[in-house]
Ligand binder design. Structure first.
Ligand code: NAD
Ligand code: DAU
Length: 355
């Protein structure tokens, strides 16, 4: 790995925290990580408790900041002599973007713009520098029953979330073409794994099963998503940092398509086995509800390019990844309580927000 001082944005979120844990434990990386996070409802500093204890002040530094704050981000670039940015920070939940798009426009578009400006102005020499932007397959819109998303697929975002991510992608590419900023981009499918905020389908279903609450399934439940284990996504990002070509976009996917209803049934079965209940015990909780407006029907990623050019491929089977994830939630009810009881919010208000 050529980079020494990596600025990770949104590192207290789901994918970002797993990324920081993965890279700091890799023997090929001996640099430092600076985690810039605003700690929104989705950012949880406790996601990195082990990292803070082991690497804090030596190879891991947390900076409580908003990526839209130009002066603060500029200061961070200078203070740590940043040579690479791995940009995860975003408002990430489609449903929330439908109820309130403003924060999505602010963070996902203006925040990305602010980071690009800081990188452009701070890096007067662009050798051995990198701006890696994390994006989503949702920018490509919706597929019919056949076909895949390629890096060359047209952008047809359908939600305020995906439209904001699409705008950010365009800005990142514009900075490459206009200013020669050394960028790479990746567009990934649905992630799952430990530390995912329980508003997304898999952790929400797990937690509702534990509490025997209704399991909401939108519409007819036949929408399809392509699921990838979070560490497989993060290994792909590390590989792109090492071997990616400047200006290029890489699609990342699990090659693992599931109808939502089939997935929810599968989670019910795995948890029933864990808790010694009858195979169908939790399925009675499944409740079909009104569909999400603009709900994309099917996502499926073709990831031949990253496989061929970089040599990455997903390693964790869905069976294994799902079991591990469910176990993690069952064994980490304290983490869940910190989110759901408001104790975490109080703690953050006391320790960070009043600074
Ligand atoms: P998340 O919601 O779990 O975490 C987002 C993090 O960004 C949080 O820690 C939050 O506090 C931080 N953040 C938000 N606004 C900020 C701001 N203005 N300044 C600083 N920090 C801010 O999201 P995630 O699921 O981990 O997703 C991370 C990235 O990956 C996003 O860019 C998302 O679009 C992309 N992505 C996610 C998935 C997925 O399935 N979750 C799939 C493909 C791409
Ligand atoms: O595809 C990548 C995207 O995956 C990321 O860019 C987003 O940040 C991430 O949130 C995720 O978006 P989705 O909308 O696909 O994820 P979510 O978990 O919200 O929903 C997955 C599917 O399940 C989707 O078809 C909607 C459906 N769903 C979701 C919830 C929360 C339900 O049926 N019931 C639910 O309660």
């Amino acid at each position: 790995m050529d980079f020494k001082n990596i600025l990770v944005t949104g590192g207290a979120g789901f994918i970002g925290s797993n990324f920081i844990r993965l890279i700091l434990h890799q023997k090929e990386f001996n640099g430092i990580i600076i985690n810039v996070d605003k700690l929104t409802y989705a950012g949880n500093i406790l996601n990195l408790k082990d990292i803070e204890e082991f690497f804090g002040g030596k190879r891991y530094f947390f900076e409580y900041a908003d990526i839209c704050d130009y002066e603060k981000i500029k200061e961070i670039f200078k203070k740590y002599q940043i040579d690479a940015v791995v940009h995860f920070a975003a408002e990430s939940h489609v449903d929330r973007s439908i109820y309130g798009p403003k924060d999505f426009i602010q963070t996902n578009i203006l925040g990305t713009f602010t980071l690009l400006e800081c990188a452009r102005l701070y890096w007067n020499k662009t050798e051995n520098k990198r701006f890696h932007h994390i994006s989503t397959d949702e920018v490509y819109g919706s597929l019919g029953p056949k076909g895949y998303f390629y890096e060359t697929s047209p952008y047809i975002p359908a939600s305020p979330y995906s439209a904001s991510k699409a705008s950010a992608d365009h800005l990142v590419r514009a900075y490459y073409y206009t200013y020669n900023l050394p960028v790479t981009l990746s567009n990934c499918s649905n992630n799952y794994g430990p530390y995912q905020f329980p508003e997304k389908l898999i952790p929400l279903t797990i937690l509702n099963i534990i509490e025997e609450k209704p399991l909401p399934v939108y519409g007819d439940g036949k929408n399809i998503r392509d699921w990838i284990y979070v560490d497989d996504h993060n290994r792909a990002i590390i590989s792109i940092l090492e071997k990616g070509k400047i200006g290029q976009t890489y699609n990342i996917g699990g090659e693992n398509e599931w109808k939502n209803i089939r997935l929810v049934n599968k989670i019910c079965e795995i948890i029933a086995k864990e808790t010694g209940k009858d195979k169908d015990y939790y399925k009675k909780l499944i409740t079909f509800i009104k569909d999400r407006p603009g709900h994309d029907r099917r996502y499926a990623i073709n990831c031949d390019k990253i496989k061929k050019d970089i040599g990455w491929e997903p390693l964790i089977s869905f069976e294994e990844g799902l079991k591990q994830t469910i176990k993690w939630y069952l064994n980490n009810m304290d983490w869940i309580k910190t989110i759901t009881t408001g104790k975490y919010k109080e703690w953050i208000d006391k320790n960070y927000r009043r600074r």
